[in-house]
Design a protein around this ligand. Structure first.
Ligand code: FAD
Length: 319
């Protein structure tokens, strides 16, 4: 009754980073409630996924060997049944495309209150959930009056659980009602730019409106190649059609957590920062020393990008 059950996420065989983050969030919350951390692994190669998410701080892992990929109906039923079986206090799930799909249905089925997109959780006899609004300009705290609740957590807000764990891995025999499976994934379509997922990249070179013209992208692409980085951008670059949508960092783009993020000609608007503030090291190249990006940059080069980037390319052996 004081335990925390957290649902992990995987896609096409890969464990999503948010699975390790949710393990940390669950551990922190369970330390405050005085309970255990249970992880749920649903679908796919459950044993391999369970092995990977078995990290420090996790007490038990429950595998539900149903379906290959995410399925709304299987997840909804499996989560409800696991919750009924384990009787935890709180249910956590990622605030991801998948999470936003099945979690409201599970919360409704369990007749529990749902708070979405948490960036912080605190339990002090009652659960307080912190959310961000208006691209991070406003923080809201929600006091949950009920003893039990479902919360989705924003990816990249918690550190990833590390270190090998010794959780007890148990197969949970969910009683899935096949007649209620109304949806199925029939295939995947790659987006036009290939399968680049900037949210998984460790080194991002990101470009903004400072680049001025589409043809100047060539310069940045040379830097990307020389440094073996991945290219991303602010929204105006995508809105101009210079890069595809899956390269956009920010509130209406992707949340990224690379080791290094080089922001070139990006002002650091709050909607952009919402997507990259979790980067380990932020380097800004900008002519404006007062640009907001400077407030969060670890290193800054206050200069014209067209003067800075060519010697950088040369330094890294590019042309
Ligand atoms: P600008 O703000 O125009 O900044 C360009 C920067 O380049 C300036 O700081 C300038 O000093 C610098 N510069 C210019 N020339 C040079 C040079 N030669 N050398 C070096 N530096 C130079 N934006 C996002 O990025 N992602 C989002 O997901 C997103 N979602 C949004 C959602 C909503 C609902 C709204 C309203 C807005 C959203 N935006 C988003 C837009 C956001 O508000 C900003 O407009 C945008 O981030 C600005 O992009 P930028 O930094 O590339 O351009």
């Amino acid at each position: 009754m004081t335990d925390v059950l957290a649902v992990t996420e995987h896609r096409r065989g890969d464990v999503r980073d948010v699975s390790y983050e949710i393990a940390t969030a669950a551990r922190q919350l369970a330390d405050e409630t005085g309970g255990d951390v249970h992880l749920a692994v649903i679908g796919g190669d459950v044993d391999t996924v369970a092995d990977q998410v078995n990290r420090e701080g996790v007490d038990a892992i429950h595998t539900v060997d149903e379906g290959e990929e995410f399925n709304h109906d299987i997840y909804t039923q499996a989560v409800e049944q696991l919750y009924a079986e384990l009787d935890p206090q709180f249910l956590l799930a990622p605030n991801s495309v998948n999470g936003m799909d099945y979690v409201p249905a599970s919360a409704e089925g369990l007749d529990l209150p749902l708070v979405t997109d948490a960036v912080d959780l605190e339990y002090n006899g009652n659960l307080t959930v912190t959310r961000e609004q208006y691209g991070g300009k406003v923080e809201t705290t929600i006091d949950v009056a009920e003893d039990n609740a479902v919360v989705t957590i924003r990816p990249a807000e918690w550190a990833q659980a590390e270190g090998a764990g010794d959780a007890d891995v148990q197969a949970f025999d969910a009683d899935i009602d096949e007649s209620q499976i109304k949806t199925a994934i029939t295939g995947y379509e790659e987006v036009a730019s290939g399968d680049v997922d900037i949210s998984e990249a460790e080194f991002l070179v990101s470009i903004g409106r400072g680049i001025e013209e589409e043809e100047n992208l060539q310069l940045i692409e040379a830097l990307v190649e020389a440094t073996d980085a991945t290219l991303s951008s602010s929204r105006p670059i995508v809105d101009s059609g210079w890069l595809p949508k899956n390269r956009q960092v920010g509130q209406s783009g992707k949340v990224v957590t690379p080791d290094v993020y080089i922001a070139i000609g990006i002002s650091g608007a709050v909607q952009h920062v919402a997507g990259m503030k979790g980067a380990e090291t932020i380097i800004a190249i900008n002519t404006d020393p007062n640009a907001p990006i400077m407030d969060i940059a670890d290193y800054a080069i206050v200069d014209d990008l067209f003067d800075v980037v060519p010697p950088l390319i040369e330094e890294f052996g590019g042309t």
